[in-house]
Write a protein that binds this ligand. Structure first.
Ligand code: UD1
Length: 371
């Protein structure tokens, strides 16, 4: 009998920790052939290669090398190149039975569109999340992807509600839990063995971790400057580790903010870190300040207070469970929340159901056995 051929798409850093557990869960199914396709949206060693090594992922079978560009350019390149892969597979008499996409990056949407136009079914892992903020490029990617994928694998109950409201038939929906947490649980013991804290001169529970990369926070000096001012001030009493995304690094330089950052003694600036080093840091931090989607979820499971530098979130369960506070780009709110973490009055919430490390197994069963 012919194997079930799955084209598994990754493009940007957060896709890798979502796809890794799925590939692992599909491994034991001898009647499945999972072909890993990397669009090349992220190509830096720090944003891509390191993650393959640490997450014990197989190397991609196909790379599309789309690289950086405007949203339209990046999307168009993935569309064109991934369509080529699908057409070629067909020509060789080895068509894909299904495409699997994860998350909400440009590669997710573009691969979905290419597949749907060729009538190849698409499963979307992390479907249904909505920030209801269409100025956010990821929101457009989520809406388009879910509109044309036919198997919607959902991480939290709000995702099911959103998809029902949008009119998706019930047979397309499955609440499976959160694959990102599968990776976290799998990797945590290893991360705890890293000497990252010692190397940075940090003690468990006595430092903060910051990540910022959303255009809405970093692309305008008048937004970025006050946020950095608060972080620099806080770093005087609590060391702050700030692994800096290439986009943010460029803006800090362009806006003339580098000197202020460099002269803050407690501000530890680094390149983007590997998965294990970063998890070693986040899992033992006092507080996390971030605009990342994934980190809102990871901090929820780790039990570390997360101050989310966004006005809204597509992951409302983190707010509902009390594990994340939305501070927007309001420097005053960020400052007062940080103060309450430091004086011990900040209230931390609890972990949601189905964020148990078994989501990928549930997805594999749906994909292979249909249930
Ligand atoms: C992308 C995703 C975002 C995700 C983030 C994680 C979209 C719309 N955005 O944002 O949802 O949270 O990844 O990191 O898909 N660059 C490098 N090296 C690389 C890749 C990018 O230096 O390997 C620089 C380039 O200057 C590039 C910029 O980063 O123009 C932005 O990269 P891009 O992939 O367009 O978006 P991200 O901001 O990384």
């Amino acid at each position: 009998m012919a194997k079930l051929r799955l084209a598994c798409i990754v493009g940007a850093r957060p896709n890798l920790m979502k796809m890794a557990p799925l590939l692992r869960a599909l491994g034991p199914y001898s009647d499945v052939e999972a072909v890993l396709i990397h669009t090349g949206q992220h190509y830096d060693k720090n944003l891509s290669d390191v993650f393959f090594e640490q997450l014990e992922m197989p190397r991609p079978d196909v790379t599309l090398e789309v690289g950086s560009g405007s949203h339209a350019v990046q999307t168009a390149r993935v569309l064109e190149r991934f369509e080529g892969v699908l057409v070629e597979a067909d020509r060789q008499g080895r068509p894909f039975d299904r495409v699997i996409v994860v998350g909400d990056v440009n590669s997710t949407m573009a691969a979905t569109l290419a597949a749907a136009k060729l009538n190849v079914p698409v499963a979307h892992v992390e479907a249904g999340l909505r920030s209801f903020d269409r100025t956010m490029p990821e929101e457009i990617n989520r809406i388009v992807t879910d509109a044309i994928a036919d198997l919607l694998l959902v991480s939290e109950p709000a995702g099911m509600e959103n998809l029902r409201r949008e009119g998706h038939p019930e047979e397309h929906l499955r609440l499976v839990g959160n694959v990102m947490i599968d990776t976290l649980k799998f990797m945590l013991p290893k991360a705890r063995q890293c000497d990252t804290l010692a190397k940075m001169g940090l003690e468990p529970g006595k430092y903060g971790v910051v990540t910022l990369h959303r255009p809405s926070n970093v692309d305008a000096a008048e937004t970025l400057r006050p946020i950095l001012d608060v972080l620099v001030d806080v770093s005087e009493s609590l060391p702050v580790v700030f692994p800096i995304h290439p986009r943010t690094q460029e803006r800090i330089k362009r806006f003339g903010l580098a000197e202020k950052m460099d002269s803050a003694g407690g501000m530890i600036q680094t390149e983007p870190l590997g998965y294990l080093e970063f998890l070693a840091l986040t899992s033992q931090a006092k507080v996390i300040v971030t605009d990342s989607g994934g980190l809102q979820e990871e901090s929820t499971v780790l039990g570390i207070p997360c101050l989310t530098a966004r006005p809204n979130t597509e992951r409302p369960i983190t707010v509902g469970q009390g594990t994340s506070t939305l501070v927007g780009n309001d420097a005053g709110k960020l400052r007062s929340c940080l103060a309450s973490v430091l004086d011990g009055t900040y209230k931390q919430g609890t972990c949601p159901e189905l964020w148990d490390g078994q989501a990928a197994e549930r997805i594999a069963r749906v994909l292979v056995e249909g249930s």
